[in-house]
Design a protein around this ligand. Structure first.
Ligand code: NAD
Length: 250
């Protein structure tokens, strides 16, 4: 078991899916975790009750609203006076195709880029400014396999947002390594969460064929990878994006 005792970690979108699994894994390894949620706080508060208020805090912020990420990071710091690791996990995957009206297309692109990329960049900015004064820190961004191989025609905006996350991560790693600020991304394929449930249900046979391991990943496997990166044991891997897809990308 990795030892994260004493680390204060902000997990965005920590209320469910990959984020919730990550929160529980980090807490089990000794971290104190800020469980950020988007719209409704019930799930995040239930996790905090489970883990104990000395180990976790629920914080809400709608990252589809420009600028909100900055307030979220500052509020998160005030809990324990610092943050050691930022995990940018919150994300959305709405559908839109070229056949929809232009207004709907533009709104979906803007909302997806805002939540999946601009809010992530804003949080990274706040983290870099904070880490600088403290001798370093770690950022782990949740991207997607879609960044490398593209996505279906109704999710091109999603693939583009996650490609941006990977480029952002590499840029931070290159630019701030000398200040001991480490940045990683993970790129899951299909993961068993609410976001993927519909597709996974409808395309079970395709998925079994497409993924050499034969099934979709449980969220806990993404969580384990994030915990490893958050531990600081992988310093020279800074800038890397880790595939978590049962060999379905290669
Ligand atoms: P999920 O829908 O179960 O959870 C998404 C999380 O993001 C939730 O906690 C939600 O509160 C938060 N969120 C959504 N909109 C928000 C907003 N406007 N403001 C603040 N928070 C908001 O999805 P998941 O599958 O757990 O996805 C987590 C991350 O993993 C996402 O970035 C997603 O793109 C990525 N991912 C998922 C899969 C998959 O197959 N499930 C594959 C690759 C990457």
């Amino acid at each position: 078991m990795l030892d994260l005792t004493g680390k204060v970690i902000l997990v965005t979108g920590g209320s469910r899916g990959i984020g919730a699994a990550t929160v529980r894994t980090l807490a089990a390894a000794g971290a104190q975790v800020i469980v950020h949620y988007g719209q409704s706080g019930g799930e995040a508060e239930a996790i905090v009750r489970d883990l104990g208020e000395d180990k976790a805090l629920a914080l809400g912020a709608d990252l589809s609203r420009p600028g909100v990420a900055v307030d979220l990071f500052r509020e998160a710091i005030s809990w324990r006076g610092r943050i050691d690791v930022l995990v940018n996990n919150a994300g959305v995957a709405p559908s839109v195709t070229v056949d929809e009206p232009l207004g709907e297309w533009a709104e979906t692109w803007a909302r997806t880029l805002q939540v999946n990329l601009i809010a992530v960049a804003d949080l990274c900015r706040e983290a870099i400014l904070h880490f600088r004064g403290r001798g370093g820190g770690i950022i782990v961004n949740v991207a997607s396999r879609a960044a490398f191989r593209g996505d279906n025609p109704d999710a091109m905006h999603y693939a583009a947002s996650k490609g941006g996350v990977i480029a952002l991560t590499r840029s931070i790693a290159r630019g701030y390594a000398r200040e001991n600020i480490l940045a990683y991304a993970v790129a899951p394929g299909w993961v068993r969460t609410d976001m993927a449930a519909g597709y996974v249900r409808e395309h079970a046979a395709d998925i079994a064929r497409e993924i050499p391991l034969g099934d979709v990943a449980p969220p806990e496997e993404v969580a384990n990878t994030v915990a490893f990166l958050a531990s600081g044991l992988a310093r020279h891997m800074t800038g890397a994006t880790l595939d978590i897809n049962g060999a379905s990308y290669v």
